[in-house]
Ligand binder design. Structure first.
Ligand code: AMP
Length: 212
């Protein structure tokens, strides 16, 4: 299977799709957002440093996320998914260097989603600590029992940055920082665009077609 880099606005479904690919095809799912949230939960020095920045919807420093990814990339020999990295051109350039050194090939999947749809998804999104994501505003993504994970029975939580104010900061940061990366990968002929406004199953099928 192809190594995958996801580029997407907030709430485009990269976490959800990554979990499916991990379960169905054994991918290593590397989410910088999850790694940072874990550091916050553990109250590590790095976690304490990034907590407010993340809650406000701003980007943490390139150095921190590059260190996180450099430590994990290619660790277990499985094909990998990068979810949420790179988010700046500087991160993308560093990643190209890392992947060249590891002799890893990859494709870049750009999940395209209009801002209004992203905002709607953020409003209904709930997460479980096991990694499963739900949405109370989308029938097919609601948990069977309100507020409870179908898989492990844990209580679902709302991310601290899943509110309208942080969303707007995150979306603007995406426009400003992440869109130039799209041009970078277009020029490398690596980019494949997927319509992420479709339902989850259709988006997943479109992605499977691309990675096989
Ligand atoms: P995510 O889970 O991908 O939506 O990321 C949540 C938050 O983590 C972002 O809004 C940023 O504050 C931070 N973050 C995650 N990945 C990166 C990255 N590659 N560069 C900078 N900040 C990041």
């Amino acid at each position: 299977m192809q190594n995958i880099i996801f580029i997407a606005p907030p709430a485009a479904g990269k976490g959800t799709i990554s979990e499916c690919l991990k379960n169905d095809f054994g991918y290593q799912h590397l989410s910088t957002g999850d790694m940072l949230r874990e550091a916050i939960k553990e109250q590590s020095p790095m976690g304490l440093m990034v907590k407010d920045i993340m809650n406000e919807g701003k980007l943490v420093s390139d150095e921190i996320v590059i260190d996180l990814i450099s430590d994990k990339l290619g660790e277990d020999g499985k094909p990998f998914i990068l979810d949420g990295f790179p988010r700046t051109l500087n991160q993308a350039l560093k990643l190209t260097e890392l992947l060249n050194n590891l002799n890893k090939d990859y494709i870049v999947i750009y999940l395209d989603l209009p801002k209004e749809e992203a905002l709607k998804r953020i409003a209904g999104r709930l997460n479980c600590s096991c990694g499963k994501t739900y949405n109370t505003l989308i029938n097919s993504l609601k948990p069977k029992k309100e507020g409870i994970c179908d898989i492990c029975g844990n209580t679902l939580i709302k991310r601290d940055d899943d509110n309208q104010e942080s969303f707007l900061v995150r979306y603007n940061s995406y426009l400003e920082n992440t869109k130039p990366i799209i041009n970078y990968y277009l020029s490398n002929k690596r980019l494949i665009k997927i319509d992420a406004a479709k339902d989850k199953q259709s988006v997943y099928q479109d992605i499977i077609e691309v990675i096989k």
